[in-house]
Design a protein around this ligand. Structure first.
Ligand SMILES: Cc1cc2nc3c(=O)[nH]c(=O)nc-3n(C[C@H](O)[C@H](O)[C@H](O)COP(=O)(O)OP(=O)(O)OC[C@H]3O[C@@H](n4cnc5c(N)ncnc54)[C@H](O)[C@@H]3O)c2cc1C
Length: 382
């Protein structure tokens, strides 16, 4: 197989790398899970959008370049290799936007997508509830019909970046008498509307990366309903394919981390420690395998980055790879790995490790993904 890219993609790679070399801040931005860090990340999104690099695979009408999935993979490789800031708008960009492309109206796309691409409106995902995580169909938050729209009441939880985000999207029960996978509605709502209370939850690193969202008769106009009331489950499952598939966690993220790990091994590894050398090599091979998997999908004409149940395979792969990669780095650093202000980038590996621990949980736990793979990809009995 010829893995060389065509001249147009090669030229695009050069353009992206050049732009990033000029614009990625030399010092990492403050954490995105702080007020100042959130604002700085939002400003970076606007800079990216001004260069039409925020959403390269979207249609030009919404701020993109109509680029192919392959060009998007190339963009991600360069972005992570250059150490680009965390994408503060990722839940909107990688979960809500594909949902609007598939199920929204032209009016919704025109209204929502350009502002999302510029980072002017940052979106939080409001799916999970205290009694509904893996079993998402158990949600009890309600949408009750009213004049010109719906009234939302209930509690959402674990909503990433909701502390500083502007708007939320999520699932609500619109028909309490229907079978539990039916009777759900998919809505967008304002996190600052009357009746909304957002309460921060501190993560393992002490920062408020999540929030609980309490809703008390929050009005949502009909124009913010995605698809048909009652069809929320089907729409959410198509969003979930994107969340688990390539779009949320592109291979470039892991090839960049694997390259940093190989460099760490060259700088600090003990050549006599062949067991650790094997783990470094295996992390690099795992990242490269995921990259090739991405190229395979991108060369499949008409592919959009989501592959239904098969996206569960990618989710298990990248989340376990990320953990192994960061664990290997910490073992390589030894006691230094615990010193947050030591030289040599140890803090970045430790922060990365703490976040990698969440990989097997968010976007659907790996136990659930393994059941999906068993039943829907391999056709095994329940
Ligand atoms: C970093 C991070 C970010 C997140 N961001 C968001 C967000 O922005 N918006 C949002 O809505 N949610 C978000 N979540 C929540 C996430 O979607 C849930 O944590 C996840 O779906 C699991 O649900 P739960 O926590 O209720 O655990 P539970 O569903 O209670 O699961 C507990 C354990 O039981 C296992 N288990 C449950 N059911 C089964 C089964 N049928 N078979 C086998 N094992 C099972 C699970 O695998 C898990 O190990 C985030 C979570 C994390 C960690």
């Amino acid at each position: 197989m010829n893995l060389d890219v065509d001249p147009a993609t090669a030229a695009f790679r050069t353009e992206v790398a050049g732009w990033l070399a000029e614009h990625v801040p030399a010092e990492p931005l403050p954490s995105v899970d702080t007020a100042e860090g959130f604002a700085r990340h939002r400003a970076f999104e606007a800079t990216l959008a001004a260069a039409r690099l925020a959403v390269v695979s979207w249609p030009a009408r919404y701020g993109g370049r109509d680029a192919s999935l392959l060009d998007w993979l190339v963009f991600e490789e360069e972005y992570h290799a250059a150490g680009g800031p965390v994408r503060v708008g990722q839940n909107g960009l990688f979960v809500l936007a594909p949902t609007l492309f598939a199920h929204g109206t032209d009016e919704q796309r025109d209204r929502v997508l350009p502002a999302m691409a510029r980072g002017e409106v940052v979106w939080a995902q409001a799916w999970s509830e205290p009694g509904a995580g893996s079993d998402l169909a158990a949600i009890t938050s309600r949408a009750v019909r009213t004049d010109g729209g719906w009234l939302l009441s209930g509690q959402k939880t674990w909503s990433s970046r909701a502390v500083w985000a502007d708007r939320g999207f999520g699932l609500f029960r619109s028909d309490p008498d229907a079978e539990r996978h039916r009777g759900l509605i998919y809505l967008m709502f304002d996190l600052r509307a009357p009746g909304v209370t957002v309460r921060p939850i501190a993560q393992l690193d002490g920062e408020a990366g999540f929030a609980e969202i309490f809703l008390d008769e929050v009005f949502v106009p009909d124009e913010d309903v995605i698809g048909t009331p009652g069809e929320g489950w089907r729409i959410a499952m198509s969003s979930a394919g994107h969340e688990r598939g390539l779009t949320l966690r592109a291979p470039g993220r892991f090839t960049a981390a694997a390259s940093r790990l190989v460099q760490l091994w060259r700088d600090a590894g003990d050549p006599a420690d062949t067991a650790l050398a094997d783990r470094v090599a295996s992390a690099w091979i795992g990242a490269r395998a995921y990259q090739l998997h991405g190229y395979r999908i991108a060369s499949d004409a008409g592919h959009t980055g989501s592959s239904g149940a098969e996206s569960s395979l990618g989710k298990v792969w990248w989340s376990e790879l990320d953990l192994a990669l960061h664990q290997t780095a910490l073992d390589l650093l030894g006691p230094q790995a615990e010193l947050r202000d030591s030289a040599g980038g140890a803090a970045r590996w430790l922060d990365g490790y703490l976040f990698a621990l969440a990989g097997p949980v968010y976007a659907g736990t790996n136990e659930i993904q393994r059941s999906v793979i068993a039943e829907r990809v391999l056709g095994l009995p329940r």
